[in-house]
Design a protein around this ligand. Structure first.
Ligand SMILES: [Cu+2]
Length: 112
């Protein structure tokens, strides 16, 4: 009787171990991200994607904006209201960007 009890305890401990393993599996960055341009802001201001992933910006504002990398990695040019711009990031790194029409608008893409 005591052995049955002990083996039950061991089985429970083993299954708990498996559960904690599956829970702690590493989460990788998504391959796509979207940024909403509205009220002269990039939202969210910072997005993180995996290398090879694509970020799409949508201008949901009433005026023209640009999505321009401060390191000249990408540049949407004039992005009229209602238009979208996508860029695929193949190289890991941190990419700050701005709107050249409204330099107070800033954002960051993190590629890891
Ligand atoms: Cu702008």
């Amino acid at each position: 009787m005591k052995q049955v009890f002990l083996s039950t305890i061991i089985l429970v401990l083993i299954s708990m171990g498996f559960m904690s393993c599956s829970k702690s599996s590493s989460s990788s960055s998504p391959s796509t991200a979207t940024v909403n341009i509205k009220d002269m802001q990039f939202s969210p201001a910072s997005v993180t994607i995996a290398a090879g992933g694509t970020v799409t910006w949508t201008n949901n504002d009433s005026m023209t904006h640009t999505v321009t990398s401060t390191g000249s990695a990408f540049n949407s040019g004039n992005l009229a209201a209602g238009k979208t711009y996508s860029f695929t990031f193949s190289t890991k790194g941190t990419y700050p960007y701005t709107c050249t029409i409204h330099p107070s608008m800033t954002g960051t893409v993190i590629v890891n």
